[in-house]
Ligand binder design. Sequence first.
Ligand code: ASP
Ligand code: MG
Length: 253
Amino acid sequence: MIVMKFGGASVATPESFKKIAQIILNQTEEKIIVVVSAMGNTTDQLLNLATQVHPQPPKRELDMLVSVGERVSIALLAMALSLLGREAVSFTGSQSGIMTSSNHSEAKILEVRPHRLQAALDSGKIAIVAGFQGVSFAGEITTLGRGGSDTSAVALAAALGAPAVQFYKDVGGIYTADPKKDSTARILAEMSYDEALELSRQGAKVLHGRSIELAQRNGIELQVFSFDQPNSVGTVVGKGTSRLKTIYYERDI
Ligand code: ASP
Ligand code: MG
């Protein structure tokens, strides 16, 4: 079982869905859960759209709106896989059983009830899940905060017992500094959770900080790939850790 996560840059165009579908088909693990972000800058566009209608949109409605971005991606990816002859089913965060706190636009994942994902995987299908979103215990659609799809992916790995999450990014791994600002920046092949957390606190955008904390708590390895070179891993965070028996979510952190 493996969780593969594709960020917004890897699904920026319609063609990119065919490309990542191919990356998914090359996966040798039998059970595959895929988490996707919204296409390119879709989330920014949706937020912008909202403020054109209301300068301070009600947060519930804003979550209803921005969660649409990921929903577009999951459906298109399921279609791309279907074209290649592989059965895949898309699920929203809510359908995936991602239960969150009720604070809109910065909800925390409190629990995952992955019955439907498990059933899809058991019947040989690839489960494709919308990142960045969940549902509160009152049944409202919530989002996790910008960049939150990474945290969705790790929470699903925790819930389903996957030992690792593979992140496919537009950069080849985690750099020692921002490569756009510092020409001496280089990719680190391995780092500890604490080192990755420190980099994220300093503003490195490679992994959502909350996803690193959740991975550390559960003993989930994080592997960062470039979607342009999907055959070689750039950075591994928490290499060689093993899964704990208890499952932890963000309420435990
Ligand atoms: N689409 C959301 C964002 O742009 C979530 C994510 O990409 O992880 O922040
Ligand atoms: Mg995004």
